[in-house]
Design a protein around this ligand. Structure first.
Ligand SMILES: [Zn+2]
Ligand SMILES: [Zn+2]
Length: 174
């Protein structure tokens, strides 16, 4: 399956829409070094409207992305979602970003690649309550307790925390 939409059926009919769903493999959008099993279930639900001079593409791109938990490094999958709206046309329009219609095809590969990469999560947690790795012995504290003394805070961190607002008793009570 290609990441193209054929608009033949609506090209002569202003106001008509075309709806569909495209399922994509990561390898269709991304270079091998970015694929690496971390993007899956890439789905693009779209609607194209013939708006006369332009074809308006509206869609929702969803995918599942896997990366290490920010605290404990366990492989964690999250669903990402991105709404997009772009214009396609047979000729350029001044001051508007218009992608070219090629024949009757809207070519979406590079567009979807860009939106997919923009939806890349900055950081993920396997669980909001993730205990992370023990800073002393490196054990995953979600799986196993350790006897390390990590209760007493790192004195350097404690000093830093004092500098943060809300740590000097000036915070408002609610
Ligand atoms: Zn975690
Ligand atoms: Zn430990």
């Amino acid at each position: 399956m290609t990441a193209n939409i054929n608009i033949y059926s609506i090209r002569e009919h202003k106001g008509q829409t075309l709806k569909g769903t495209i399922h994509l493999a990561a390898s269709q959008l991304l270079e091998e070094e970015f694929v690496d099993g971390c993007w899956e279930d890439i789905v693009f639900d779209y609607q194209v409207t013939n708006a006369g001079e332009l074809f308006l593409l509206e869609g929702t791109l969803t995918a599942r992305h896997t990366q290490p938990c920010n605290r404990c490094l366990v492989s964690t999958s999250v669903q990402v979602k991105r709404e997009l709206m772009e214009k396609f046309g047979r000729q350029a329009i001044p001051d508007e970003e218009v992608f070219p219609v090629k024949g009757d095809e809207l070519e979406l590969t590079s567009l979807l690649r860009e939106h997919l990469l923009l939806s890349h999560p900055v950081k993920v947690l396997c669980d909001d309550e993730c205990q992370g790795l023990c800073p002393q012995c490196g054990r995953n504290r979600n799986e196993q307790d350790c006897d390390c003394d990590t209760v007493s805070p790192d004195p350097r961190l404690a000093a830093l925390e004092k500098l943060l607002p809300g740590h000097q008793g000036e915070g408002k009570k609610e």
